[in-house]
Design a protein. Structure first.
Length: 254
């Protein structure tokens, strides 16, 4: 019988500082005869995250309370946390607002179950923002591009380090990193260069969130001063469902 691992949503606290990057473990060796160095991947890529969470600048000034509650939910590290991250980029006057760069599905929730909206023969899909779709192409330099139509013309639509979310027709989600600044042309078409080759085209959102499931490297402690803010610094490493699953996603904060 499989043992379920709880995955808790991150509580509504303010992050004073944060880090979101990736780790690609490699192994290296050197030839005794030629001195040539050989490097190869030994494990799959993992996201690495750090969050410095405010204890006061949060709803009800209860960030510290949320942190202590989360630590108890994790039970020393048995359970996990769902984190998401959006790159904070600086835009100029020709930037496109997020709602014009894509959108997201709206889920109607009445705990503990979702609210069903139906119109035979299927459900009604609720969507926030602009519904954009993309195809995958290759540019002249050989790099993968996401080709998007329907954007505002002649606008800055993506910056390096931002995330692009692609959702397939079967609701499989991939997140990709933008490699360089991208403008739409006069017809509202943009070819966004991304670092890795997407597996599929589909519905797309520029400037979206990246997300993953993480273990806490350790449970932080914090000293509460008198009359001032304090913080908890968490360090996280991504884990996969085939390592710690099956996962059960929970939100105890609503």
């Amino acid at each position: 019988m499989d043992v379920m691992t709880n995955v808790y949503k991150w509580p509504p606290v303010v992050a004073l500082a944060k880090k979101w990057t990736v780790l690609d473990p490699v192994s290296s060796s050197e030839s005794l005869f030629t001195g040539a160095e050989y490097v190869s991947t030994v494990q799959r890529r993992r996201r690495i995250a750090t969050v410095q969470a405010s204890a006061i600048f949060s709803p009800y000034a209860a960030g510290g309370g949320y942190m202590e509650a989360l630590k108890r939910y994790l039970k020393g590290g048995i359970h996990l946390v769902r984190l998401r991250y959006k790159t904070r980029t600086k835009f100029g006057p020709d930037v496109v607002n997020d709602e014009l760069r894509g959108g997201e599905y709206i889920g109607w929730i009445e705990p503990p179950a979702g609210v069903e909206w139906t119109e035979p023969p299927g459900g009604v899909v609720w969507f926030n923002g602009t519904n954009l779709t993309c195809t995958i192409v290759t540019d002249d330099a050989g790099f993968p591009n996401i080709r998007i139509e329907g954007l505002p013309p002649n606008k800055l639509v993506a910056l390096p380090g931002e995330f692009v979310e692609i959702v397939s027709v079967s609701d499989v989600v991939e997140s990709h990193v933008v490699a360089k600044p991208t403008y739409s042309n006069g017809s509202g078409v943009a070819r966004v260069r991304v670092v890795d080759v997407p597996s599929f085209g589909g519905r797309v959102s520029l400037g979206s969130y990246d997300t993953g499931v993480f273990k806490a490297d350790e449970l932080p402690e914090a000293m509460e001063p008198g009359g001032a803010d304090w913080s908890y610094t968490w360090n996280f490493t991504e884990v996969y469902e085939d390592e710690r699953g099956p996962f059960v996603e929970l939100n105890p904060w609503i």
